[in-house]
Ligand binder design. Structure first.
Ligand SMILES: [Zn+2]
Length: 309
């Protein structure tokens, strides 16, 4: 099972973008068509920095187009990271390094020794214990200025709404399509941005989903393949590369820095160092995001990213 940690989601076939839609929406997703509630802000936005934080983030605040306001936005942000393994754990590390104020880490199961080729938040003496708590411990030592919550569970129909409601943005690094679909639907339902990161062997895929503005995961992949249950080989440098790009994508959406992958799927063949962007199909009749209005978004940071389009 440990070999499945790094998001075995594929967008191999170009046909995936035009394959038939599911015939009827799931009853559990019907609520997506109604106006989602507006997320109530729990933090002032942006949040002032302490002297320590100004020191810690000084070098990134020197970036053109970043500055103190972007840092204050990161501090006021809660990011939900699912599937905290080689991919999600490394993404969480770079969100912590950047100063995202609160991380919610979600991952069930215990650490296996075979996880150790890529799960860089772990230590060898932790094998056999719940990995999400070690991830929390490592990140807290790395950056004591941020809040890190750990949920030792997988994404389920029962917990997904409660998790997404607490977050401003989600990073989908989950185990399989079951978890990914649940998170995608909840992000659409609550109007939250979601960075979708997936890999298979030496290939990796990245896109940002903004409900009401961009295709969602279900638009991209309306049919669920069987192969997402298969294990595959993974190199830590590959999951780490994708993880850094996923963290960067979240930082861009939160701060308005650069151009996030809105409606564009980045595909990476890391064996050949080939990168390409493809326009993603936005299905107006998508059973998950069809009919969702952009004005009902609950994402406070989003207008920055959209304003640059
Ligand atoms: Zn959709």
């Amino acid at each position: 099972m440990g070999s499945l940690n790094c998001a075995p989601l594929l967008w191999r076939e170009p046909g995936a973008f035009t394959s038939p839609r599911r015939p009827t929406p799931s009853p559990s997703l019907e609520g997506n068509r109604k106006n989602p509630p507006i997320y109530p802000s729990t933090h002032p936005f942006p949040m002032p920095l302490s002297p320590t934080e100004r020191d810690r983030y000084r070098r990134q605040m020197q970036l053109p187009g970043f500055g103190q306001e972007s840092q204050e936005r990161l501090k006021a942000t809660t990011a939900l990271v699912t599937g905290v393994g080689g991919l999600g754990g490394t993404a969480a590390l770079y969100l912590a390094a950047a100063g995202v104020g609160r991380l919610i880490l979600v991952r069930g199961g215990d650490l296996l020794r075979e996880d150790m080729n890529r799960q860089i938040l772990m230590t060898d003496n932790w094998v056999g214990q719940p990995r999400v708590f070690k991830a929390q411990q490592t990140l807290a030592a790395f950056n004591p200025d941020i809040q890190i919550d750990a949920v030792c569970d997988y994404v389920t129909a029962e917990n997904v709404d409660g998790l997404v409601q607490q977050a401003d943005i989600a990073l989908d690094c989950a185990f399989d399509f079951k978890e990914r679909d649940l998170l995608n639907a909840a992000c659409v339902r609550w109007g939250k941005s979601m960075v979708e990161a997936a890999m298979n062997a030496m290939e990796a895929y990245l896109i940002t989903v903004i409900p009401g503005e961009t295709p969602c995961l279900s638009c991209l992949f309306p049919e669920k393949p069987e192969w997402d249950r298969w294990g595959f080989g993974v190199l830590g440098a590959v999951s780490g590369t994708l993880a850094c790009l996923a963290a960067l994508e979240a930082i861009k959406v939160i701060t308005g820095l650069g151009d996030p992958l809105l409606g564009q799927l980045l595909t990476m063949d890391l064996a050949r160092a080939e990168f390409a962007k493809r326009r993603a199909y936005h299905d107006p009749d998508c059973p998950v995001c069809g009919g969702v209005k952009a004005e009902n978004r609950g994402d406070r940071a989003l207008p920055l990213a959209l304003a640059r389009r």
